[in-house]
Design a protein around this ligand. Sequence first.
Ligand SMILES: *[C@@H]1O[C@H](CO)[C@@H](O)[C@H](O)[C@H]1NC(C)=O
Ligand SMILES: *[C@@H]1O[C@H](CO)[C@@H](O)[C@H](O)[C@H]1NC(C)=O
Ligand SMILES: *[C@@H]1O[C@H](CO)[C@@H](O)[C@H](O)[C@H]1NC(C)=O
Ligand SMILES: *[C@@H]1O[C@H](CO)[C@@H](O)[C@H](O)[C@H]1NC(C)=O
Ligand SMILES: *[C@@H]1O[C@H](CO)[C@@H](O)[C@H](O)[C@H]1NC(C)=O
Ligand SMILES: *[C@@H]1O[C@H](CO)[C@@H](O)[C@H](O)[C@H]1NC(C)=O
Ligand SMILES: *[C@@H]1O[C@H](CO)[C@@H](O)[C@H](O)[C@H]1NC(C)=O
Ligand SMILES: *[C@@H]1O[C@H](CO)[C@@H](O)[C@H](O)[C@H]1NC(C)=O
Length: 589
Amino acid sequence: MKSATALAVTLLGFHLADASPRNRTSVASHKGLTKEKPAVACQGTDFRPLSAGQWIDAASPGWNAGNTLDATPTEGSWNNPPLQGSTLDYVKAAGYKSVRIPVTYVEHFVGGSPDWKINATWLQRVSDVVDMATSRGLFVITNIHHDSSNWADVTKPGANQTQIQEKFYAAWLQIGKTLACKPASVALEPINEAPGNTDQDADNLNKMNALFLKALADSGGYNAQRVVTLSGPGMGADKTHWFKRPANMTNPWAFQFHFYSPYDFVFGAWGKTVWGSDSDKAAVLAEISSVRNNFTDVPILLGEFDASQLNAEPAARWKWFDYVVRTCKSLGITTVLWDNGLDNLDRQTGQWRDKIAVDITMAVLRGENNSLADCTTDPSATTQQSSAYIFNKVGSSVTDQTLPFLLNGNKFKSFSVGSTVLNEGQDYTISGSAVTFKKSFLSTYLSPTAEPGTKANVTVAFSSGAPSQVEIVQWDVPTLRSYTSAAKAVPSGDLQIPIVWKGLHRVAAVKITTSAGAYLVDDWTQWLPDLQKGRGTFNSQWNYDQDRIIITRGGLDAVASSGKTTTFMFEFYPRAAGNGNTLNYTLTV
Ligand SMILES: *[C@@H]1O[C@H](CO)[C@@H](O)[C@H](O)[C@H]1NC(C)=O
Ligand SMILES: *[C@@H]1O[C@H](CO)[C@@H](O)[C@H](O)[C@H]1NC(C)=O
Ligand SMILES: *[C@@H]1O[C@H](CO)[C@@H](O)[C@H](O)[C@H]1NC(C)=O
Ligand SMILES: *[C@@H]1O[C@H](CO)[C@@H](O)[C@H](O)[C@H]1NC(C)=O
Ligand SMILES: *[C@@H]1O[C@H](CO)[C@@H](O)[C@H](O)[C@H]1NC(C)=O
Ligand SMILES: *[C@@H]1O[C@H](CO)[C@@H](O)[C@H](O)[C@H]1NC(C)=O
Ligand SMILES: *[C@@H]1O[C@H](CO)[C@@H](O)[C@H](O)[C@H]1NC(C)=O
Ligand SMILES: *[C@@H]1O[C@H](CO)[C@@H](O)[C@H](O)[C@H]1NC(C)=O
């Protein structure tokens, strides 16, 4: 470190003592000097090196500023506006200690081989966003993100590996110089989820890890002492065996992996809307433990995980969050929540779309047991029960309703709606771990003729851990203006079908059947239980938003290529075979 600093000072002939001791301007950014590519010299002595273990502990838990600086062509191009300080204030207030800042560089190169110059305005923006986080006391990890499926993809047929390596080194040299003087709370990660499926790919990716470290050493500043994370191909737990530790590594380092398992529950595939059986838990434990067992001497970062509230049923999601974060905590792994801007935090209002999942995370990390809304975990059940909801169908009489909870050693503390605390005996009764909401209380909101929709949320507080919520919902089957159209009437884009919601504003699953009686996609799902047979996948064939249900381009194309008139059976919550809470939309060919 010292020699790099001294060298830069000599080369540049700068009188560094003239500058304020806290001035950490990158010397290399001065006009006319960039060609010499000097290493950066930093002012001041306020870099206090951290071990990787110290960084990992202090960064727990973290939040991803997803779909932001990683959007293409640039920040603001996707569903989020440019990152604002207020968003980081909300993140910090919720208890997060670090922010992962994914950055995509692909559209920001302004020069070609061999220097691969990156637009200075963009590098400055990255630097400013890092400062925005560190100035709030948040730890930071930043990377090269979606470039992994673009110029940096080592798996592309005919890829010029020499050029990928040249560009990758050049990019990291510039990013390294830009961030050289940032405090030790800023960690770096070479590249996000770089694809790799063969020994050869893995070899190329391991070389890139080494080039990343070399670029950091060459960039100067504090980078040779900075914490880094390294990963195997794809960052999945399944490919860690391909990861090789770079020789003679001096940076303090942690291993990073990502976790989105099980795929069907996390991504809303094949009608899988339950989670939490013993075997579900065993699978999560096995996957996360396999990473721990392979890296017993290295701190570990779970850099991304989520099961989006857009497709995961709330009680199942709460169980999944509790179990995943608890498992990671027990194995000393720090978790960083993925947030694409639609999943978790509403960045404008500061409201968490599922605050309970956030509170569950924080309680686990405080060492508390969470009490959880119980829910169906058996995928072969034909009714999905969930203590996140009390449902009443239009036309039905209101009755007492009993909901089971998993108390996990806690006791019920209080039930409230807003600031109104409910009365035990009158509004509800408790029997063991179950609560019964009385007909008299529920009748405040529900009746055979009440307007459908969300009526009230009961906050359930426990002696320890996060609170839970019971949403009281009057439901009926949603309606559409029309129930059929010709597949070819939508030549491009998605088919968006305006809907009048009648209960929860969300779709649970979609069964897709052709006029020949076959399943349109994933025919093998015929072997799955009844509530999963023939179901498509969220975002692949179907979607929804505030006002519309959507058949995606993927769904439309599948219908066109099948050549068969196809029925999309949209299913809503409550989900139960034969409860009629479905509607059919037919695409003719
Ligand atoms: C920081 O240093 C740069 C380059 O030496 C100089 O242009 C700038 O005025 C200095 N800023 C402060 C606050 O000292
Ligand atoms: C660098 O980025 C800025 C801001 O997007 C843009 O105005 C400028 O044209 C870019 N420079 C080059 C050389 O492309
Ligand atoms: C591969 O990339 C290197 C470095 O940019 C370049 O010199 C070489 O010409 C490229 N090879 C081909 C076949 O394009
Ligand atoms: C990683 O763990 C898995 C499962 O425990 C094991 O099969 C694999 O060999 C391990 N790889 C390494 C490099 O330790
Ligand atoms: C690592 O260090 C050893 C001992 O100093 C040296 O022999 C070896 O060449 C180095 N390897 C690399 C890849 O630099
Ligand atoms: C927390 O939960 C675990 C597992 O259910 C249980 O063994 C333990 O006793 C609980 N701790 C407390 C303080 O209730
Ligand atoms: C209950 O909470 C959900 C979010 O969990 C929200 O969408 C809904 O509007 C709330 N209902 C009421 C009546 O406030
Ligand atoms: C909707 O379609 C499914 C499958 O194609 C069918 O089993 C069901 O009876 C239809 N429902 C209605 C209300 O037409």
